[in-house]
Design a protein around this ligand. Structure first.
Ligand code: PRX
Length: 654
């Protein structure tokens, strides 16, 4: 049964345990409803009070929301602050010696870094960046492995008002190049290599390669963190060692106070066209979202050991590693490695070792760990856990129940958090001391988030019918624009067909209790192991191969990854068979890994003399999806121009 089907028949409900509820920041459903009512009654006042309470302002704001040029909204826009000050300096007096980060390396060694020490490292590195001429508004690309240095680099940019754009280390040189040029980076920060699962992963060489691809003239320097000591090429005029720069700097760097709307970062994500979108976030609104969601959804406590397993290359690693936990003065685990090294007990062993109390991961990791060792958590002491979270894709109820019973021992609430790169922080998720969970549902919107399900014209759906997931009012942590492309921002997220609502790009329905159930994307975006990939992006990569004439990508339900990637390819020459076909499949998979990154490699490639098209030339993706699933085509194919093609495309190359 696919996860969507199993979700549709789910009826179990899990109310918070009394003890958890009593101790929770938002305790009981009335407390949640009170917050929602406050937002209903005085929307801007609600957000202004929270922004005043949660953020240390250098210059307090007097203006709350500017709606004069929708959808380019501005929040708290005459206020001034610094994100790094809010994440570090404000904790020094009261908890300077508290551990900010417990870093666990791939090989299992760990180090503790206090707030004082982290502050010092951020200041030193910020001074180093300044010395290299980086200042307010300059863009810095960060291409680093999971490390304390990645957090330091992001915080240092924030400290001096530079805008960082982190590129996930799994992206190829080509993808990195695309982002460096689009964002106009002045400086790139990387490492010689990363370490994952006992293997070194080259990073600096990918930067070198991307800088030779042209169009990167703005990049003046490359700062290299020495992680493994592996051999790297060195360009004397451009390359600088991180440790040499940091060693000579002073321990304090005055924060650059920026306007509330100053872009904190740009993070690229996939959309329905081939070109990734540079999602631009503000400083104050974004930070407020990260803080509030940690308080409300993760019920953050000063004594928590929080662990979000996401890489800083994704939005989850921005909000729940690099900014949120630090803004709250919390202690968090930062993990360099992978869940299956040295074995599939790694997560559980680390929870025991570091006494993790709040654990946040992706359904795909949960599913793969069930498969590799469903009983393994029982070998470890997981009694420190009090709350579990998931993110990135729908969690199928079977995986939810396993997480609940085997990991959470039926004690820990589960927060299934629905949100996006664009929303910056959680939008729909249970406040765990208030809202009963249903396996597979992200439950109810956070206070102040006016989420709904509507028809294509924005009208209300009837009853529990499915429709478009929208957010009806602007909220502080929403993206401000797409870097370099405000028209695309407007078209994509605020289409004319809807009355000013933010269009999330997901379909959903609400059950009789008003709970939200996410059904999937409405656009050509795949969700593979919680990673967002555009079908067009992969198609463009394939078509760029000299052998390929045409390509179409569809998703196919997958037990572990959620979706797998199936590619239908028409070659310029003959349709290959047998060993020749296998060889081309292997070559094309490697090609996509080089063009985009290994995460985008098609799981299956099928060859045809053509693709199924309508008489007007439109590729019939619905048919391709059915073929991928191995379904018999019983629907009407009378509009299909070339029905014989379907036979060819039925079989994967084997
Ligand atoms: O389709 C939804 C899915 O992931 C998309 C956002 O992807 P991205 O911007 O990469 O951010 C992922 C981490 C926030 C959404 O449009 N998605 C995310 N969380 C959930 C989800 N689908 C179902 N349930 C979730 N909890």
């Amino acid at each position: 049964m696919s996860s969507i089907e199993s979700v549709m028949t789910e009826t179990r409900i899990f109310a918070p345990h009394e003890a958890f509820k009593q101790a929770a920041t938002v305790s009981g459903i009335e407390a949640y409803e009170n917050l929602c009512n406050l937002a209903e009654q005085d929307y801007t006042g609600f957000w202004a009070d929270l922004a005043n309470a949660e953020i240390d302002w250098h210059k307090p704001f007097t203006e709350i929301l500017d709606e004069s040029t929708p959808p380019f909204y501005r929040w708290f826009y005459d206020g001034e602050l610094n994100a790094s000050y809010n994440c570090l300096d404000r904790h020094l007096a009261s908890r300077g010696d508290k551990t900010a980060i417990i870093f666990e390396a791939d090989d299992g060694t760990s180090t503790h870094i206090s707030y004082k020490a982290l502050h010092q490292r951020v200041c030193r590195f910020a001074n180093a960046l300044k010395k290299q001429g980086v200042g307010l508004g300059d863009r810095v690309v960060i291409y680093l492995p999971m490390s304390v240095e990645a957090v330091v680099a992001m915080q240092a940019c924030a400290r001096i008002g530079a805008i960082h754009s982190v590129v996930f280390g799994g992206f190829s040189a080509k993808s990195l190049h695309e982002r460096i040029t689009d964002v106009g980076a002045k400086l790139v920060i990387t490492a010689d290599e990363g370490m994952r699962g006992g293997k070194a992963v080259a990073l600096k060489s990918a930067v070198d390669e991307s800088l030779t691809m042209g169009g990167c003239d703005a990049v003046e320097k490359v700062i290299v963190y020495r992680r493994t000591g592996g051999k790297t090429a060195w360009n004397e005029s451009k390359d600088l060692w991180w440790h040499e720069l940091e060693a000579v700097e002073s321990d304090y760097c005055e924060p650059t106070w920026v306007n509330a709307e100053h872009p904190l970062f740009i993070l690229y994500t996939s959309g329905s066209t081939g070109k990734p979108k540079g999602v631009q976030h503000s400083t104050a609104g974004y930070l407020l979202g990260a803080i509030l969601s940690l308080k409300w959804v993760f019920d953050h406590k000063a004594t928590d050991i929080f662990w979000c397993t996401a890489d800083v290359g994704w939005i989850t690693g921005h909000s729940y590693v690099a900014y949120g936990p630090l803004a709250l003065g919390g202690t968090q685990v930062v993990f360099e490695g992978i869940p299956t090294y040295p074995d599939a007990g790694r997560f559980w062993q680390m929870i025991e070792k570091h006494k993790v109390s709040v654990f946040y991961t992706a359904p795909t990791a949960i599913r793969s760990l069930i498969k590799l060792g469903g009983n393994l958590p029982n070998n470890y002491d997981l009694s420190s856990l009090r709350l579990l979270g998931t993110v990135g894709e729908p969690i199928n109820p079977e995986a939810w129940m396993w997480y609940h019973t085997v990991v959470g021992k039926e004690r820990c609430p589960i927060a299934d958090t629905w949100w996006q790169t664009e929303t910056g922080s959680h939008m729909i998720a249970p406040l765990p001391g208030a809202i009963a969970a249903k396996p597979g549902s992200c439950t109810l919107p956070l206070p102040g988030i006016m989420a709904d399900v509507v028809n294509e014209d924005g009208s209300a759906v009837s009853g529990t019918e499915g429709g478009l997931l929208v957010i009806k009012k602007p909220f502080p942590s929403l993206l401000r624009t797409i870097w370099n492309d405000p028209d695309r921002f407007q078209r994509t997220y605020f289409p004319n067909t809807l009355p000013g609502y933010y269009l999330a790009g997901d379909s959903a329905h609400r059950d009789a209790d008003g709970y939200f159930w996410i059904m999937g994307r409405i656009d050509d975006v795949l969700n593979v192991s919680g990673h967002r990939l555009g079908t067009m992006e992969i198609e463009s990569a394939l078509v760029a191969n000299p052998l390929v004439a045409e390509a179409a990508i569809v998703g196919k339900p997958h037990d572990i990854k959620g979706e797998s990637i199936v590619a239908y390819v028409v070659l310029k020459g003959e349709r290959p068979e047998g060993e020749a076909a296998k060889k081309i499949v292997a070559d094309l998979r490697d090609w996509v890994a080089k063009e985009i990154g290994p995460i985008a490699k098609p799981d299956e490639i099928r060859f045809g003399d053509n693709l199924p098209k309508t008489r007007s030339g439109k590729i019939m993706r619905r048919l391709l999806r059915s073929l991928a699933k191995g379904e018999e085509i019983t629907s009407d194919i009378s509009t299909l121009d070339n029905p014989a093609i379907l036979e060819q495309l039925k079989q994967p190359v084997s």
